[in-house]
Design a protein around this ligand. Structure first.
Ligand code: 0RA
Length: 640
């Protein structure tokens, strides 16, 4: 009797504290889950799953399932130890209730039995509970099944035993329905967003099975990767041409688990993922610095040793060794230090030393033992270094030139009279004759024309670093006014729209690819900020009864002919090039903002051009075959 009274007293005292805590979360969700938008909504699921992942990292859980139900509630179930349910000595209530209702109690509760802990914002499941219209937890522990229900964080009854079970399997099942009073508007979970996150988690927490089921649309996906991050790198490179097998290393130093994998491809991008206790540290940190330093150092040492870098050559820079590198570094630390609450950057200084040591040893040994791979990696770095060097020279030249000639614009540029760059357009036109038509046809108030001599670019067929040295490209750079590469500065941009206008034939496609590749590699922000376009000249000119019509595709032509041809004579001519159009026609069909269609170039378009460029310009592998193979591979979510 006395015992029971005691419990009630404690409960009341705690009650007030708990209510205040939960209320704080509901009043300022931003402080706890980063807001009330769709991103924060997904954080609710991650927060719960992170607790299950903690169990997996502790080696006591290998299965996690996440189910989105038709009413938008979500169940996260694991086969971990189960949240303890015994009475918490200080608070006099079930530990389960403490975990679910007291901020910061979650994973850390229980005397730091964890080696590591993920917990995204460290606030634990109680914040999720507070932001849920309702939440129910079922725990299986020591043969008994326990249950508690909450509404807007408030327990509806004490934790209750609701049954027993046979067998060994303990675990926790949490179902919550996010509160539409908090998450307003038409927000909901996105299957694909969750897929990406859980795939990543399954790679990093090797051997754990994560199941995702969406009952709203009857979709399901399961992730399990025995290969861990080595599988991750294969997955990331699935559509790329790899230069060697993944280089993998793992070591525990000073109670910190370090795991990394590196694989070079023939692409230009760097693709690096870093994790600390399975949290994707998108801003990197000391683990990333350690990895990069070690890779650059190992490559330089090896290149000198085998004579691919001569005494007179400078070392490869970090930028040189980064191009084409796909890498993952994942550490598990008992006491991770993050730059901020949102945990996107790892700060522990010792991690840099340890990662550098593990990566350096493994990478150097790999290069020694795999000379063919070593040579391929170094060739790749040499190409990157050369391109960077050429870009710098081109840039210096542009800068020097503009300093000397006080910003003289290239002679071939027909500039516009408008001086406000937000109102102007630059047409990059293939060939001098089309350039002539465009100059006459344009609205010279806001449209500028820069003719490029197609032949030069096309016949040169050189590497991009050569192309940067090309006279035509140099005039393009100075016309744009932004500089290139590292010193690119969008504030110098002299035109709001840059429009590539080429013939609709093979040569035109080549020049377009080349220009897109150039913009992709040296002026990326220009694409990202939506300044780059492709003009759409018509393919056919159709005349009937003294009227002229234009068709921009074969389908359009067929439709027009069918419509007009019923009663009249129709004559069709196919435009072979822009030069065949007179200035008025070019204006009407392709340049007049009232009539024209422009295709805006996305970064994906440009990246695609970049890949095509490599293929067209040729490398050692037969390009056609490579191109087809690359595009034939399928995405799979099994170990690849
Ligand atoms: C506190 C202590 C222990 C486990 C947990 C919490 C725990 C929390 C969650 C949340 C979702 N699934 C979970 N599984 C476990 C350690 C318990 C022990 O030592 O037996």
């Amino acid at each position: 009797m006395e015992n029971k009274l005691n419990q009630i007293n404690h409960y009341n005292a705690n009650d007030i504290q708990i209510l205040e805590g939960l209320e704080a979360v509901r009043r300022r969700p931003g402080m706890y889950v980063g807001g009330t938008d769709i991103k924060a909504l997904h954080h609710l699921i991650y927060e719960v799953v992170d607790n299950s992942i903690d169990e997996a990292l502790a080696g006591v859980c290998n299965r996690i399932s996440v189910t989105i139900h038709e009413d938008d509630s979500v169940t996260v179930e694991d086969n971990g130890r189960g949240i303890p349910v015994d009475i918490h000595p200080e608070r006099g209530i079930s530990a389960l209730q403490v975990v679910m209702t007291v901020l910061h109690a979650g994973g850390k509760f229980g005397g730091g039995s964890y080696k590591v802990s993920g917990g995204l914002h460290g606030v634990g499941v109680s914040a999720v509970n507070a932001l849920s219209e309702w939440c129910e937890v079922t725990v299986r522990r020591e043969g008994k099944i326990y249950f508690q229900r909450y509404e807007r964080g408030i327990p509806q009854a004490p934790v209750k035993q609701i049954g027993t079970y046979k067998g060994e399997e303990t675990g926790t099942s949490t179902t919550f329905k996010f509160d539409r009073e908090i998450f307003k508007g038409d927000v909901n979970y996105r299957f694909d967003t969750l897929v990406t996150r859980f795939r990543e988690m399954a790679f990093v927490a090797r051997g754990v099975t994560i199941m995702l089921k969406d009952e709203r649309e009857d979709r399901e996906m399961t992730f399990h990767f025995e290969g861990g991050i080595a599988s991750f790198v294969r997955y990331l490179n699935r559509n790329k041409e790899v230069l060697h097998e993944p280089i993998y290393g793992e070591k525990e130093i000073d109670n910190i688990d370090i795991e990394f994998v590196v694989q070079y491809t023939d692409s230009y991008a760097e693709s690096v993922y870093t994790f600390a206790n399975t949290i994707n540290t998108i801003d990197g940190g000391t683990h990333l610095t350690g990895l990069r330093t070690a890779v650059t150092r190992s490559i330089n040492d090896y290149a000198r040793k085998v004579g691919l870098l001569k005494d007179s050559d400078p070392n490869f820079s970090g930028d040189d060794t980064r191009e084409g590198m796909t890498a993952i570094v994942s550490i598990k630390h008992p006491d991770p230090q993050f730059e901020s609450q949102t945990k996107v950057k790892l700060m522990n200084p010792e991690v840099q030393t340890y990662v550098q040591q593990v990566v350096g040893d493994t990478f150097s040994t790999f290069l020694e033992e795999n000379p063919a791979a070593g040579k391929a990696i170094i060739q790749k770095c040499l190409t990157s270094a050369r391109a960077r060097d050429a870009a710098k020279k081109a840039r210096d030249l542009v800068i020097r030139k503009s300093a000397l000639e006080s910003m003289t614009l290239p002679g071939k540029l027909a500039d516009c009279s408008e001086r406000d760059p937000s109102k102007t357009e630059l047409y990059i036109v293939e060939g001098d004759s089309a350039g002539g038509s465009a100059k006459q046809g344009r609205d010279r108030h806001f449209q500028a024309i820069l003719p490029l001599r197609g032949k030069i670019l096309n016949t040169e067929r050189a590497r991009l670093d050569k192309i940067l040295d090309n006279r035509e490209v140099k005039s393009l750079i100075s016309a744009l006014g932004t500089s290139v590469g590292d010193t690119f500065d969008i504030s110098g941009l002299r035109y709001n729209r840059i429009i590539i206008m080429t013939d609709a034939d093979v040569d035109g496609a080549h020049i377009r690819t080349l220009l897109l590749t150039f913009f992709f590699r040296y002026m990326q922000p220009l694409i990202e900020e939506g300044h780059l376009f492709i003009a759409q000249p018509p393919l056919y000119r159709i005349s009937s009864r003294n009227q002229i019509y234009y068709a921009y595709s074969d389908t359009e032509k067929d439709e027009l002919v069918a419509k007009l041809g019923g009663m009249n004579k129709v004559s069709i001519s196919r435009y072979k090039g822009l030069g065949e159009m007179n200035p008025e026609q070019l204006w009407e069909t392709t340049m007049n903002p009232e009539n024209r269609t422009l295709l805006q170039v996305t970064i994906e378009d440009a990246a695609e051009a970049d890949r095509t460029f490599d293929m067209l310009m040729g490398s050692q592998v037969p390009p056609r075959r490579r191109f087809i193979q690359t595009h034939a591979k399928e995405v799979r979510n099994l170990d690849i």
